[in-house]
Each structure stands twice: as C-alpha cells, then as structure tokens.
Ligand binder design. Structure first.
Ligand code: NAP
Length: 241
C-alpha cells in the first residue's frame, strides 16, 4: 500500500448537499481544481441550478447533479453504484448533508430525533459502507465529514443535532482507526465550524457579524487535501475570532 498522489483532474468527488451552502462552496473549489463533482441531495432544482452555474463559469461540465435522499438506503446504494459505473473511481466523499430540528430536551419528539439521526449519522454510515470498498480497491480516498462546533459543545436548543454531530466525530475516529489498521491510502478529515454564513456567499462580500465566510471552508478544504498523502489534518475547528 503506497502513498500515491493523484491530480484533481483525475479525481471524482461526491458532495452530499453540494447544491447549497457549505457543500456548494466545496463543490466550486473542487471543480475549479479540475475534479468531477457529483452533488447529491433531495432538491433536484437546487442541484441543477448549482451545476449549471458552476459549469457555465468553468466553461466545461464538471459538476453533475444527482437526486437522492440520504435517509433512503436504496438511493444511497444507487448513487454509489451509478458514480462508480460511470467513472470507475470515487476519490473524495464529502459527508456534508445535515440538518437540525430545534427541540429542547423537554420538547424532543421521537420523529425529530429520528430525522436528525437518520440524516446526519445513519446516512453517513450507510454511504461510507457503500463507498469504502471502492476506495480500498483503488487504494485512494479522502473522506471529509462536516460536523460542527455542536459536535464539541452542547447547546440547549438543539440536543439531537449535538448528539448527531458528536456521534459523527466518534464514528469518524473509528473509521480513521480502521483505515490506519488496514494500511489503506485513505484519509479522514473532520470540519467542526462555528456559525457559517450561507446567505452571503460571494467572494469579496463580508460575512455577517459573528459568521464565517463560506470561502474560508473551501480554502481550508483544498489546503487539507493538498497535504502529503501520509498527513491528515484530522479535526478542523474553524471559529470566528
Ligand atoms: N451553516 C452553519 O453555520 C454550519 C455550522 C456548522 C456545521 N454546519 C453543517 O454544515 C452542513 C451543511 O449545512 P449548510 O449550513 O451549508 O446548510 P444547507 O445549505 O441547508 O445544507 C444542508 C444540505 O443538506 C442537504 N440535505 C438535508 N437533508 C437531506 C437528505 N435527507 N438527503 C440528502 N441531502 C439532504 C440539503 O439538500 P436538500 O434539501 O436538497 O436535500 C442541503 O443541501 C450541515 O451538515 C450542517 O450541519 C453548518
């Protein structure tokens, strides 16, 4: 097992929730560097628009929309099978899809809890389980999990979200230990950002007070991925000053 590198122009990425917010910023950065990026989530109109806009800017087709629901195991497996069948590789997986249901510990409903856990945690596990054999076979992969400041600290208004994001970090550590033990050329990165502005996203515009401009996440992603194959910037905590 080696530490072989691979140019972005030969890489294929899947970014869940890549049509909006942080996922879209990651998608733009990867596609600008030359990677093919499959953006996957439920809203096909949002995905289509993002892909069209980015492809028009780059004057080439690098972003491919794929409608899927991370709560649906069959859709997860179809996504992975379709991407692998088309390009015979999945080099980068960005587990970015996520949501919060704001219910305090006293208000929490089983439905709210399940929605958060199935989206932010179970879906990631199922997607990982489907992607990992392909990365192992090609002996190349970068996995990026978008956790949160709420994966490190508890907040009274979103206990289920905190549990899912803490859980995501625990799962990622186990995954990292697994790939290390198997000697695979696979790296696992976690982003734990504070509040990110997903409304004011243009370059040059200032983010709202107390929020991180989303471009900082994209720049950090590309920096992290650019490190030597045997180096992992494990947990990336990004907060405003
Ligand atoms: N913004 C922040 O301040 C902040 C801070 C820390 C961490 N985060 C995390 O960053 C990630 C991205 O969030 P964002 O802030 O960029 O907000 P966002 O634009 O709302 O992104 C969330 C994405 O998740 C997708 N998604 C939700 N449910 C899904 C499902 N069942 N199946 C597939 N995709 C689904 C959504 O797409 P569809 O609706 O099309 O399915 C959407 O693109 C999330 O994991 C969030 O927890 C955000």
């Amino acid at each position: 097992m080696g530490f072989t590198s691979k140019p972005f122009s030969e890489q294929v990425a899947i970014v869940t929730g890549g049509g909006s917010g942080i996922g879209r910023a990651f998608t733009e950065a990867l596609a600008s560097a030359g990677a093919k990026v499959v953006i996957a989530s439920r809203r096909s109109d949002v995905l289509r628009r993002a892909a069209d806009e980015i492809n028009a800017t780059l004057a080439t087709e690098r972003v491919f929309p794929y409608e899927f629901d991370i709560r649906d195991r069959a859709k997860i497996e179809a996504l992975v099978n379709d991407v692998f069948a088309r390009w015979q590789t999945i080099d980068v997986l960005i587990n970015n899809s996520g949501l919060a249901v704001p219910e305090t510990v006293e208000e929490i409903t089983d439905e709210g809890w399940d929605t958060v856990m199935e989206t932010n945690l179970r879906g990631v596990m199922q997607l990982m389980r489907a992607v990992l054999p392909h990365m192992r076979r090609n002996d190349f992969g970068d996995i990026v999990n978008v956790s949160s400041q709420a994966g490190k600290h508890g907040y009274a208004d979103v206990p289920s979200y905190c549990a899912s994001k803490f859980g995501l970090l625990g799962y990622a550590e186990a995954l990292r230990d697994h790939v290390r033990k198997t000697g695979a050329n696979i790296r696992v990165f976690n982003f734990c950002p504070g509040l990110v502005d997903v409304e004011i996203t243009r370059t040059g515009q200032a983010a709202r007070e107390g929020f991180i401009h989303v471009a900082n996440l994209a720049r950090t992603l590309m920096y992290a991925l650019s490190l030597d194959r045997n180096v992992v910037l494990e947990d990336i905590n990004l907060y405003t000053r």
